[in-house]
Design a protein around this ligand. Sequence first.
Ligand SMILES: Nc1nc2c(ncn2[C@@H]2O[C@H](COP(=O)(O)OP(=O)(O)OP(=O)(O)O)[C@@H](O)[C@H]2O)c(=O)[nH]1
Ligand SMILES: [Mg+2]
Length: 590
Amino acid sequence: MNIVLVGNPNVGKSVIFNALTGSYVMVSNYPGTTVDISKGTGRFANHKFSVIDTPGVNSLVVHSEDEKVTKDVLSRGGINCIIQVADAKNLKRSLLLTLELIELKIPTVLNLNMSDESRERGLSIDVKKLSQRLGIDVVETVAVTGEGIKKLKEAIFRAKVPKSDIILSEIGDVNDDKIILLKKRDRIADSLTKYVSSISRPLQKRVSEVIGRLAIRPLTGIPLLILTLVFMYLFVGKLAAGKGVDFFENIIFGRYVNPALAGIIERYIHIDIVKEILVGDYGIITMAFTYAFAIILPIVTAFFLFFGILEDSGYLPRLTVLSDRVFKTMGLNGRAILPMILGLGCGTMATLTARILDTKKERILVALLLALAVPCSAQLGVVMGMLGSLSVKALLIWLFTILLVMIAVGWGASKIIPGTRSPFIQEIPPIRMPQIKNIAAKTLARLKWYLKEAVPLFVLGTFILFISDKIGILKWTENILDPVVVNLLNLPQKAAESFIIGFLRRDYGAAGLYMLAKAGELNNIQILVSLVVITLFVPCVAQFFVTVKERGVKTACLIAGFVSISAFLVGYILNLALRYLVFNLGIAVI
Ligand SMILES: Nc1nc2c(ncn2[C@@H]2O[C@H](COP(=O)(O)OP(=O)(O)OP(=O)(O)O)[C@@H](O)[C@H]2O)c(=O)[nH]1
Ligand SMILES: [Mg+2]
């Protein structure tokens, strides 16, 4: 039996998917979390069924690429049951989609999810009547607590093709400002939404609502954003990248793991070259594992935790409203901030999320800015850790430079790339208390993915360096890069290695600089310049390939080329400026 979950964005489809299949796909409190399908299998009463989770759609008349994914699934055929997951507190909008789904003539179940929130708002839905009118089962659930999931599973086996005589005006008056699909309509006698009785209840001013509103208004929203960033800096940059890394590097690895491994290798391995591959200058243990586990793992763990809380709170969609004006200068609307912020988690995933944007121009612009100016979590953590040991001034210079470059390039590119900017429509979900269970599951899923994706690349990168070093290519490449790295950027020759392996993984490159700085081979200006360059420099291999897949080879290569040149150019200018200020004017800028 093939079941497809369909519904408006952010209504809880993915939570329902997880509940039906027992697996975990990402769940976050903003529309556009799911941008591709996920498949899973579930079992109920000795029946096995396959379930597909889809990106949210507002209508089957699709606008963006993520919506197209859903439409494609629905038109592929072979579906035995559609579960339309709906937000119970937003019934009108849900029923508009139901009307479209009816046309497909596929057995359907209507799932009114989030009924806790609809109850809280004093709404009560006459499920029986609604079910009779539609001719299908209507099941209320609270996906996050599991309430009603059993009933939903039972209903799957009773799924029927809905009645087809329902007309648009039956949906009732659509005067909710959240609904953008229809203009206000007159309520007719038997409107479907009349099955909703609203018990008037004095609306409590909840703290969450107040915070939600404060986050959007510039006067309070900007200080709140700064506060959030400061928290992130303290938690990720100071605590994890400072204390956490110290602990892992010096105590766990330095005192226990490395000596133990060295002892084992000393005892059992007598071939020099193997020893060198494991614990030499470019050794898998000394370099790849130390970078991956001692430096980056504590940082990304902290970042994923912080980020998960941010995602689940419902703050991000509010940030899109706050920043709409800034994004306008870059030919984008505030919605583009979602992929950009997700890029702080992982640029590869974020490049996929650009699908939620409506026009091709916007998707190209976001792919470009993601490749250029948005550091990923691991890289950002290392950068913050290094800047944290310099000064807050250095951190601000780094931030200012990156933002300036982003806005300038965005502005310029939006003038060159043909196409239009779409109007800004953003649905704002309620502020919700993040659930520890989801944050834990999400962080674990991301860490697993990090280990699976990053560690093999770290090992590969280290091995490439090892071989290149042995046969002399490394020195040769460094010499070739000399004019740029040494003359232009005024960095030591060894920094070239970090830029080279930055191709494989951005954080790997940053970790290389971290080690260089720790060894005292970089002065303050050099640290700042190298960090700006590595932040702007090419996206990692994975992100490059995703850009190829989403935007085509030509665009991806153009982006990579442009980004590399800009990175060095900006680094060069910054280096000149900093040196002028420090040496000629004697101003202690850092
Ligand atoms: N209070 C409450 N929150 C819920 C319920 N179901 C889901 N949520 C929350 O709603 C948010 C969205 O859930 P998702 O499962 O990611 O929604 P989705 O429909 O898959 O969203 P997209 O993939 O973006 O279309 C998350 O913060 C969930 O924790 C529910 O029944 N009650
Ligand atoms: Mg989802």
